[in-house]
Design a protein around this ligand. Sequence first.
Ligand code: UD1
Ligand code: CA
Length: 460
Amino acid sequence: MDTHVVILAAGKGTRMKSALPKVLHRVAGLPLIEHVLAGAAALSPRSMTVVIGHQADALQAALRGRENVTFVVQEPQLGTAHALLQSENALRGASGTLVLLSGDVPLLTADTLKALVDWHAARRAAATVLTAFVDEPTSYGRIVRVGEQIARIVEEKDATPAERQIREINSGIYAFAVEGLFDAVRSIAAENAQREYYLPDLVSIYRQRGLNVETVTVSNADEIRGINSRAELASVGRVVRERKNAELMAAGVTIEDPATTYIDRDVTVGPDTVIHPFVFLEGRTTIGSGCEIHAGVRIVDSAIGDRVVVLNHCLITNSRIAEGASLGPFAHLRNGADVREGAHVGNFVELKKTVFGAGSKAGHLAYLGDATIGEKVNIGAGTITCNYDGVNKNQTIIEDGAFIGSDTQLIAPVTVGKGAYVGSGTTIRESVPAGALAVSAGKQRNIENWVADRKKKSGD
Ligand code: UD1
Ligand code: CA
């Protein structure tokens, strides 16, 4: 049987107090709506339709290029039943099961969604409501049962004091039989406290018609938490992180302090890697096995090989680090830095768009930008590639085995040949042939007694 997913995301999200649409706020590096779309994808749906309204343009732009997602606009926003109706055209001719999700409920697991769809199919239900038992049911719709059977859902604002005591709530997630659904939704009236078309009213309509309405109850009510405020965004973010950390630990990664470890959903980490406290692994980062990532490190969209050691407080973005390399403390690698096998990039060294060859070392205080550095090169402290002439960024090439003395400036474009030496304090303006020694500083002059003579002159 076909499954179709509809995601409601037209609401305003007033309590976020934000210029950004609510479902574009991020948890664990991804917009809320991306978490929901990823959960939905686990159902292998025939179609996914997102109902947008408030800030529709911003949402569509953010999700541009996603195949298999159709957008429909709800304008004005007259309630959840009205929102679902907007997907009718997009689903014309569809059959099977429609799964309705909320764009602001990002914690729902694939297992729960599958359980909902399976139960719905097995019971041949017209509708199946995902419910949960919570200690604080305020603001949710309550599940009113007659005997075992769900009879209707009543919203907080329309509930009697007795109904408000009910702790079983509507998650706002449902499975529906597509057949007859839209006609039934059209029959929903807005006769309630909020003058809105309430989708949950479908339950009593179906029950009155003698149709089968089922419920599936989630065991962990965390899964159906929706986000309405910044505080809820933060607490849901914590749950997403806990899940990711638990998953990695189960797969053999040591995380010393999960409470201060922030790993985005799509990050991968190999077994026997040790992650110290206050580490951030973001975006599409991959980390190999047997690595040691020390405290205070942030790695974004980068690929780290096996057995790499990253000492404290490194920032690594859009870069590649090959196996056995060591970095930091306080190294900054960015914009296509490519550190090869066994290389060492030490304290206060910045690499930008630079290939740093296997076994090469830059121990301290260097800026290496727009450079291609060969194997087993030694870069002394204070070396700077002067890559920018005010107009263009120019290339520096340092060939295998070269030795660059401390406090060298390489004024690009320039090449230092294989095995060449550059004396300390040299300003390299012209290329250095392989095997040569380059020095540019003048001969040193010592002026004897200069300090005492100066004192005498100034009469101190
Ligand atoms: C809804 C349910 C409530 C349930 C709760 C779970 C209704 C009437 N009530 O209440 O029973 O316990 O969810 O969180 O459905 N939306 C639109 N267009 C609209 C209105 C809403 O797209 O016109 C979207 C929102 O963006 C949101 C979702 O539908 O993603 C739920 O809307 P919201 O206003 O948050 O519903 P609740 O009042 O929380
Ligand atoms: Ca509401």
